[in-house]
Design a protein around this ligand. Structure first.
Ligand code: ZN
Length: 298
């Protein structure tokens, strides 16, 4: 009887058919989104994300569990606190809805496999980083460090659980640079290359900017964030992520400068936002973009 862990795990897709897995992923994503709201709100203030329970920021009344249902409560309460009627920021339902949609998209992309939890952790970390960077212009170590650890664990475990193709740099590396290496070692090697390219290029950009302009361009938060992204993606999708980040960041920067009539690049944009959006795009459709781009030169 062939009853290995691998076949058992890869049969999850038959266990939970797509329409149901998408509904479950969406509901789970909304709940995680609700938790990410707490993380975004409390982590930069160095408050505990577990205790105490949520309070209305204006009247400090504790929010009852029935008023804390993701998205739904906001709609039912008309976007106002039940006791003091102060407007609740639209950011709360927006983060919940966005996380729900991203969880569905990632489930569609990855399928119900042992790789799914790692992809969901990755996306959740990125959502938290994007919203914290937008508000506070920091990318906390409390997210990027565990993110790096999760990426490295995934790099070792996933190739054995779902096969190498989940990491699109791995097949190439195993036929080239790391030929003859065990899968876990080649996978970690790929993570290291990705992290060095991701973190290294961000560090270099900051260093050059500082030399050219004499101002500090960005903190090491972006570098650490790209260590995390690079370790998870490997070199191919990391380069794509940086390209998408720089491209969208410059575009928005130019549009903002044009609107404000400024000619100077002095204005600082929280670059982590664009790197985060680039990373999520790369996770969802990165391999297709890379293949399409490579096809242009054939
Ligand atoms: Zn209130």
């Amino acid at each position: 009887m062939t009853f290995s862990l691998i076949t058992l795990l890869s049969d999850f897709n038959q266990l939970i058919p797509p329409p149901f897995s998408y509904i479950i992923a969406g509901a789970f994503g909304a709940v995680i989104g609700s938790f990410l709201n707490v993380v975004v709100h409390r982590l930069p203030l160095e408050e505990s994300v577990a205790f105490p329970s949520s309070k209305c920021p204006s009247c400090s009344k504790e929010i009852a569990f029935y008023d804390n249902v993701p998205v739904l409560s906001y709609v039912l309460l008309g976007g106002r606190c039940r006791s003091c009627k102060t407007r609740i920021s639209v950011r709360y339902p927006a983060v919940e809805l966005l996380t729900a949609l991203l969880f569905v998209a990632v489930t569609w992309r990855t399928g119900v496999t042992p790789a799914l939890p790692f992809d969901l952790i990755f996306v959740s970390a990125l959502v938290a980083l994007v919203f914290i960077d937008a508000e506070h212009m920091i990318l906390p170590n409390a997210i990027t460090y565990p993110g790096m650890v999760s990426a490295l664990v995934a790099r070792v475990a996933i190739p054995y659980l779902v096969g190498a193709p989940h990491f699109d740099d791995l097949p190439g590396l195993m036929n080239g640079t790391f030929a003859g290496w065990p899968v876990w070692a080649a996978s970690l090697g790929g993570a290291l290359i990705g992290a060095l390219i991701g973190g290294g290029s961000l560090w270099l950009m900051g260093w050059l900017w500082e030399k050219l302009r004499g101002v500090e361009a960005m903190g090491l938060g972006d570098v650490k964030m790209m260590f995390m992204v690079g370790a998870y993606f490997g070199w191919r999708l990391t380069i794509l992520t940086i390209f998408l980040g720089v491209f969208s960041g410059s575009l928005i920067g130019i549009l903002l400068m044009a609107r404000q009539g400024k000619k100077d690049m002095q204005m600082l944009l929280p670059f982590g936002i664009f790197l985060g959006i680039g990373s999520i795009l790369a996770l969802l459709v990165g391999p297709q973009i890379v293949e399409w781009y490579a096809g242009q030169f054939k």
